[in-house]
Design a protein around this ligand. Structure first.
Ligand SMILES: N[C@@H](CCC(=O)N[C@@H](CS)C(=O)NCC(=O)O)C(=O)O
Length: 221
């Protein structure tokens, strides 16, 4: 069975959302954030201390966008996956990686320099600059999403999960108020999906069952 190591609403939410969309059986292990401080035993599982870590038999993966691609190809060919012979194969891979490399990365600087660092090390200018940087990167989605429901291939795919997580993180950071109309509607569409709702419920239920706090400290979210 698949095992997913996860922290509430961290990037490991991407594979969790995928698993719920796909209806694949899995075991969810929830950790306090950040695991390298609050769950040091986890370093034996992933020496980087980061989540996600996903195990599927002999397969071990620690990159959330790659895990989305893996799960889609393995469990959902022609649906959440986009095949090499489809015209949107290239855009699919591009959006899948755009979600992490271009949309999530700048937000981690906002998280770090507005919330995680002790007050004397916070950098309001860095946080402000990278908030703007993130919002500017959304600009390329706005014209695209005015006349379609999902990013590519005419259907909901793993690429929407990758980009959707970046929009969820933006919501946690309060940046979603600045989404333009098409991106705002797209985000609402994603949030209303049953798979998204089930993933939210699954992380809360697992956290409660495993004695993990469901009210993150303000300095960690
Ligand atoms: N590129 C990786 C990044 C993984 C990552 O940095 N995860 C964060 C949570 S969103 C983490 O575990 N941080 C804890 C730490 O850096 O100690 C991915 O997409 O999975």
């Amino acid at each position: 069975m698949i095992t997913l190591h996860h922290c509430l609403s961290a990037r490991s939410f991407r594979p969790l959302w995928m698993l719920e969309e796909l209806g694949v059986e899995y075991e969810l292990k929830v950790l306090e954030f950040p695991p390298r401080v609050r769950a040091p035993d986890y370093l034996a599982i992933n020496p980087l201390g980061t989540v996600p870590a996903l195990f599927d038999g002999p397969v071990r993966m620690t990159e959330s966008a790659a895990i989305c691609q893996f799960l889609a190809a393995r469990f959902s060919p022609g649906a959440m996956d986009v095949g090499v012979d489809e015209p949107d194969f290239g855009p699919y891979l591009n959006f899948l990686h755009f979600g992490e490399a271009t949309l999530t990365f700048p937000q981690t600087l906002v998280l770090r320099y507005r919330h995680f660092e002790p007050p004397e090390r916070r950098q309001p200018q860095v946080a402000e600059d990278y908030s703007r940087w993130f919002l500017a990167r959304l600009r390329s989605l706005e014209p695209l999403l005015t006349d379609r429901d999902y990013l590519c291939a005419g259907r909901f795919t793993a690429a929407d999960v990758s980009v959707g997580y970046a929009l969820l993180l933006a919501k946690h950071l309060g940046l979603h108020e600045q989404f333009k109309p098409a991106v705002r509607r797209y985000w609402q569409r994603l949030e209303q999906r049953d798979g998204y709702g089930r993933a939210m419920q699954a992380q809360m239920a697992a956290a409660e069952a495993q004695g993990i706090s469901t009210t993150p400290a303000p300095d960690t979210r």
